[in-house]
Design a protein around this ligand. Sequence first.
Ligand code: ZN
Length: 733
Amino acid sequence: MLSTDGRAVLISVVVAAFCAAVAHALTCNEQHACLKAGTCRKTANATSLGCSFRMSLSAAGARLLNASNGGGGGDVTGTRGVCAPGMRQSVSVHTDAAQCTRRRLYPDALNAEIQLPPAAAVAEQAPEHRRWCGAWIDARPAAFVAETKWAFFDADDVTADVDAVIAARGSSRVAGQDVAKFRSACRAMLGSGALGVAAQQAYEHLLSALQVDNLVTTDRGQVLRAAGRLAAHACDAPATIGLTDAGATFAMHVGVGVAVDGAALSDALYAVGASRTVRSEARAFAEQMEDAVDNAASAAYTIGEADADAVARGAHPTTASARLAYESVNPVLGAFAHVAEQAPAEVTHSYLRGLAAHCAHALRTAVGGEQGGLVATTVRTITGTSVPTASAVAERNGATPAELRPRALGRLEGRPGEVLDAFVHLNGTHLRAATAATWTALRPLFGGGIPPSVKEQCVEAARLVYPNAFDRLAFDTLVTDRLYGRLRPMAEALRMQVEAAVQRPEFAATHGDAGQILMLHNAKRATLRVAGAPRGSWGGRSTAFVPPSLAASDTALTIMLKQAEALFLDRVGLATRADSICEHPPLFDARARNAYLVVSSKFACAMLLPGMLVPPFADERYDDESLYARVGYVIAHEFAHVSSLVQYWNYGAVEAMLVHDYASSTWPEALADRIGVWAVVQTGNVRPERLCAHVSQLWCARIGTLADRTAEGRSHPLSNERGDALCAYLKTL
Ligand SMILES: [Zn+2]
């Protein structure tokens, strides 16, 4: 038996060595050719034995950037080597190790290599997803409990590439002066261990913004304004202030804030050198506030419009002219105002100093991580009987659903895993959760174990406060002018066809009369935006961001406070001008391979995240068929979500249309899919059978043997079956 085993091993070694040798030879040929042409350079560790090389283009340029490389081949190395069908061997830009990456195909994006051979497809009576993607599916086993999607497996690599480009070019040069100033201030602060000094300066900046010593504490309006002022700097305060929707436009929203624990306040004050008296006064105020919240009926802390208005004015005077929404039962804010009325002025002053010190500490932790902190941030969650706790910080950090967890100022974490169009209904909750984030809720993301370098810490901290600049970097890295230019007429052509679709008897019947009117109204007005697109361009925000004025002596933490306030003012502008809800800041990171539609009875705006504007969804060199069949299908699907206001559905008609092919929980997606592909075909750019092939590849996946394949209960149809169901419908066209 031993000899049999030995032979088996030997054979496999020989086969592997043969493949490696072929790959090696091809790699060397390729290296020779590209060195001659000047499109690549030898890596530092290249020797006569190893022909590793690096493309001279940047990371994204080599594999994923949509930049034209002068009409050369789409393959990075021209060899499949040991890689699976549809993949090509290349060299990791991060590690210089050989790796398999997606083969770039253009102008026709349909990948013939991953299809089953026609005879095999006939022999096994293959469903469409196997016919178009079977060779790739069969090439590797999937992880046991997971599935690997053909169109998404490299999404994280794109993110890494964008980051590598940012690191190589230096985000400062491309993202503007402020990011440069911040990063240099941040490196100076962390490099010299001056976090404490910076926290002190941030504390003093807040004190001067609050005008603590001049605050007349018997004036309820003044006290509430101080709460608003803190909230506008993304500090934990008795109230939150953020953006919400008011139909087709925005309103500012005053929500329930937090009561910070007295001991935490005292510790934070100690760190900024406050006296023992100030510390004990702050603590006493915090304890009285807790008692007030616990003992009074929550009705005692009902907030009136004048109170909400004071908070908003305190945040910034211009906020007062914006529409205002507020939570009328606000026990924390009510207790804060109540205790301030009773307490001696200096006690209230000390409490506000404590909140400023706590904020400076939270900032310091957001940049330096826990190692930079000296006390654990303790924030008391208010859990009165009838009291809403949704905005309590503890929940934001822990039990909050991922889609409501802030990742940066104005930005949500998003869902783990790859779900195309993370949500379709924007309710104000998403906007509020993103825009009312405080420093306490923001934590930089560092891989476990290895302490981040100062440079990494500063990039991550920059990400927290300059989400728009980082979106722009992702956009610039991934989207070329030519691709961006092609998207606009395509989106309009697709929108027109979606508008036509919802008037066809087939699709109109899915809605009652009122629903049909709404669908059509939204389809007419549906717009497309692209996260990170230059402001003023067709897919970008229309107004310019006004940066804060920075002083040369500002430390990184003070710059963060000023930037938070500038972002706050940017949002206030949306509400005071009554801008279209389509002008909302993107709710997810631009690197994500995703898109979403925000839709209500008054508006519909699709947002494409640039992480999606790469192969296999988009490439500037795709022909019209491939562009329409791929990212065009995504855009049409998003527009077609105007059919997702299920309260207006004619449920029987939807059921009759979809029950055979889809689980009922996926019907909003299924209907959007059907309207979307109908619209794509109607543009005349893709024949139905070709669209079937393209979407079959976009939705195909390797399924792990233990993967959960229960269709009912999910929002989106299962991989593989999604393409099959679309093909079945396309055959009827
Ligand atoms: Zn969808």
